[in-house]
Design a protein around this ligand. Structure first.
Ligand SMILES: *[C@@H]1O[C@H](CO)[C@@H](O)[C@H](O)[C@H]1NC(C)=O
Ligand SMILES: *[C@@H]1O[C@H](CO)[C@@H](O)[C@H](O)[C@H]1NC(C)=O
Ligand SMILES: *[C@@H]1O[C@H](CO)[C@@H](O)[C@H](O)[C@H]1NC(C)=O
Length: 179
């Protein structure tokens, strides 16, 4: 093997610097950050229920608070706590009670925006909704429309529960970075 001469080393270093410079000259795509507050209207009982348990462990009453229950949801996402406040979209997907002691709802849903600034776009939420905690955090894993390449998180807080203990309104404070 030929000995490594000073010239060869110099050429290699120059090439490396050149490659680094080319790499840096690419325009960096800046991610935007959007914060939003959404109220998830999760109504399992009564008039116009939008969250329905569809399956549970064999032979047991499928109850959202019990391990193994799968619920399908089409919950309104509103601007305010009031069920009749302006609807900005729908949360469509599922909750799976995935804790043996019933304390965790694994949620996977699409927030489908139908009104306002984000109309026509979607965000994908997924995570552990440990319903006994005052504050929980779930992930925003992707999005479409204005939220392409989205990544982020949402802090969840149950801001209303009715006497049945099932119907609830959950506030989602979401922070999302997207292209
Ligand atoms: C339930 O649905 C009916 C008929 O669509 C509607 O008139 C009523 O306002 C709804 N109630 C609530 C609480 O959303
Ligand atoms: C279902 O959940 C309710 C409310 O948390 C609880 O009282 C009950 O024991 C649970 N049942 C089963 C079979 O886990
Ligand atoms: C969520 O946002 C609301 C409205 O801006 C605010 O009052 C509340 O403190 C926030 N909650 C969390 C956990 O950040």
């Amino acid at each position: 093997m030929a000995p490594c001469t000073g010239t060869t080393v110099y050429m290699l270093i120059s090439m490396m610097i050149f490659i680094t410079m080319v790499g840096c000259s690419e325009p960096k795509q800046r991610m935007k950050e959007t914060k939003m507050v959404l109220y998830l209207q999760d109504w399992e009982f009564g008039k116009n229920s939008t969250a329905v348990p569809v399956a549970g462990i064999n032979g047991r009453f499928a109850n959202v608070l019990n391990f193994t229950t799968v619920s399908v949801v089409d919950d309104a996402l509103t601007e305010g706590l009031d069920r009749n406040s302006k609807e900005v979209g729908r949360a469509q997907g599922i909750y799976v009670n995935s804790a043996l002691d019933g304390t965790n709802l694994h949620l996977i849903f699409s927030a489908i925006f139908t009104n306002g600034n984000y109309k026509g776009s979607t965000l994908e939420f997924q995570g552990a909704d440990r319903r006994n905690l005052k504050y929980r955090e779930v992930s925003v894993v992707s999005g479409t429309g204005v939220f392409r390449f989205a990544r982020g998180y949402a802090t969840l807080e149950t801001v209303f529960v009715d006497d049945s203990g099932y119907d609830a309104v959950v506030r989602f404070n979401a922070t999302v970075r997207h292209s």
